[in-house]
Design a protein around this ligand. Structure first.
Ligand code: NAD
Length: 496
């Protein structure tokens, strides 16, 4: 395969003092870590690491910025800053997309859509920054209540590596729009895209000092210090369910608020009356987007038994011709998984699947020699797995689909619901009554009907059960970052 694109020079996170003033990485020893390109296995950036003291300093700055009040009482200022941030993301889409694609491994097309989608999300919350209305109530003769929505204070935003920009702005934009101040801790595997994007926001001349800071380093040290800091009033965490539980336990000791967006094992149900071509496209998009590393991945395909064999045959035809390789190559449909560690994890699941079930089909690894040391996992589809298999029950976060059949609507619902998660589900049917019935029966934050993986800034997302607490996006996503306060006015005579 011939490379038709050029690789950018990468030194973007060299710890040059003052280059990224919102980064709090004051370690005198100059501790750094290497940021690796999962396509080639080469180092693409040297990343300065924050210490626990840096986290404390960042939180102190955020607390002071919150208490100074200018930011939290000026919705028009917040709207201007966020609008300009969105504009900056759009203006830099080409540059940021290459960084995202290189660092994370997603295709350039997906990276571009992540950046423009993130800009859209920021624009949406820029609008809402000026529309954070409360209510008023007449509560009696001469008694009135004004019910305000107020910002909470300092918000710690902790993000994962799979959609690092979308999942950052999905918390950061509403938190700032509501008037909070924020300390961001990105995933250790995707610091570069986070810092480069935040640089656009931090450079805004009207953004008060301390409203935005960022700390870098491992979750077990830097993330833990952020969660454990009692001046962090709320933690907006996106990541694995197990990590979410420990974040919540840590915050519970002093009753601080958490919003948790966690893992999934989403069912994708295809009924015999579905539009077949659309459902096949949908099933592939559901599992192989971001090389299967997406929380809403439709990783459990459930197909009505009368069309099961035919459907799986057509899925196999498509999987076997999937093109893996360098995600900057426009001919490539699937990039590597994010790291060598993630590759090992996914391969362990695949080994179990080969013992416990049947591999229906699999794709080929890349033939591009420059990908030889990359973290590639060939997409694979399993059938005939026992319901107790780890492949059926656990989130794999890789390009591994498990398929099963059902014989009735009731059985479809029972199988779909046989999970501890509840993040998303897909339904493919031309029967609107059935779509409504089944959609209402499934306990998931998002139900896609004859589509999959469509997200909108206006529409809430979030999890039932082990998939999370609270909602992000939409108006509810803004309200997550507020407290409600009742100001009670009594204009009557003496109280006694
Ligand atoms: P992860 O839980 O390992 O890490 C997420 C973030 O938490 C990282 O920044 C990490 O450094 C930090 N962290 C780790 N341990 C911590 C601790 N003890 N205290 C504080 N912070 C800590 O998750 P990941 O591997 O980065 O991301 C993949 C997971 O994220 C998957 O489970 C996926 O389903 C989930 N996810 C959920 C959503 C959603 O919207 N529900 C979206 C994307 C990803």
């Amino acid at each position: 395969m011939t490379a038709t694109w050029s690789r950018p020079p990468w030194d973007i996170l060299q710890p040059t003092p003052g280059r990224y003033h919102f980064l709090v990485t004051g370690d005198a020893a100059g501790t750094t870590s290497e940021d690796t390109d999962p396509t080639t296995g080469t180092c693409v950036a040297i990343v300065p690491q924050s210490t626990e003291a840096d986290v404390a300093a960042a939180v102190a700055m955020a607390k002071r910025a919150f208490l100074l009040r200018g930011w939290r009482n000026d919705g028009a200022l917040r709207a201007r800053v966020l609008s300009d941030f969105a504009r900056g993301l759009r203006a830099n889409v080409d540059r940021l997309a290459v960084i995202l694609s290189r660092e994370q491994g997603k295709t350039l097309a997906e990276a571009c859509s992540e950046i423009t989608g993130s800009a859209d999300m920021v624009e949406y919350y820029a609008g809402l920054a000026r529309a954070l209305y409360g209510r008023s109530a007449v509560l009696g003769d001469d008694v009135h209540g004004v019910i305000l929505r107020e910002p909470i204070g300092v918000v710690g935003v902790i993000t994962p590596w799979n959609w690092p920009l979308t999942l950052l702005v999905r918390s950061l934009a509403p938190a700032l729009a509501a008037g909070n101040t924020c300390v961001v801790k990105p995933a250790s595997l995707t610091p570069a895209i986070t810092v480069e994007a935040l640089q656009i926001l931090a450079a805004h001349e009207e953004l008060p000092d301390g409203v935005l800071t960022c700390v870098l380093g491992p979750g077990s040290v830097v993330g833990d210090a952020l969660v454990g800091n009692q001046d962090v009033d709320m933690i907006a965490f996106t990541g694995e369910s197990g990590t979410g539980v420990s974040v919540m336990q840590r915050a519970a000791t002093d009753l601080r608020k958490v919003a948790l967006e966690l893992g999934g094992k989403s069912p994708n149900l295809v009924f015999a009356d579905a539009h077949m071509d659309k459902a096949i496209d949908g099933a592939l998009n559901a599992i192989f987007t971001t090389t299967g590393q997406i929380c809403t991945a439709g990783s459990r395909l459930l197909v009505e038994d009368s069309i099961y064999e035919q459907f799986m045959h057509r899925i196999a035809e498509r999987v076997e011709v999937l093109v893996l390789g360098d995600p900057l190559d426009p001919r490539v449909g699937i990039g590597p998984v994010v790291s060598a560690g993630q590759k090992r994890t996914v391969e362990q699941f695949i080994d179990i699947g080969r013992h416990e079930g049947r591999a229906v089909c699999e794709a080929a690894l890349p033939d591009d020699p420059s990908c030889r040391d990359g973290s590639f996992v060939a997409p694979i589809v399993f059938a005939d797995l026992p319901g107790s298999s780890r492949l059926v029950r656990e989130e794999i976060f890789g390009p591994v689909l498990v398929a099963d059949s059902f014989s009735s609507e009731e059985e479809a619902i029972v199988k779909a619901e046989d999970t501890e998660f509840g993040l998303a589900a897909g339904l493919w049917t031309t029967d609107l009554d059935r779509a409504w019935r089944v959609g209402r029966a499934l306990r998931s934050g998002t139900i896609w009907i004859n589509t999959y993986h469509h997200f909108y800034a206006e529409a809430e997302v979030g999890g039932f059960r082990h998939s999370g607490l609270g909602r992000q996006q939409g108006v509810e996503g803004l309200y997550e970052f507020t407290e409600t306060k009742h100001m009670n006015f009594d204009a009557g005579a003496s109280l006694w």
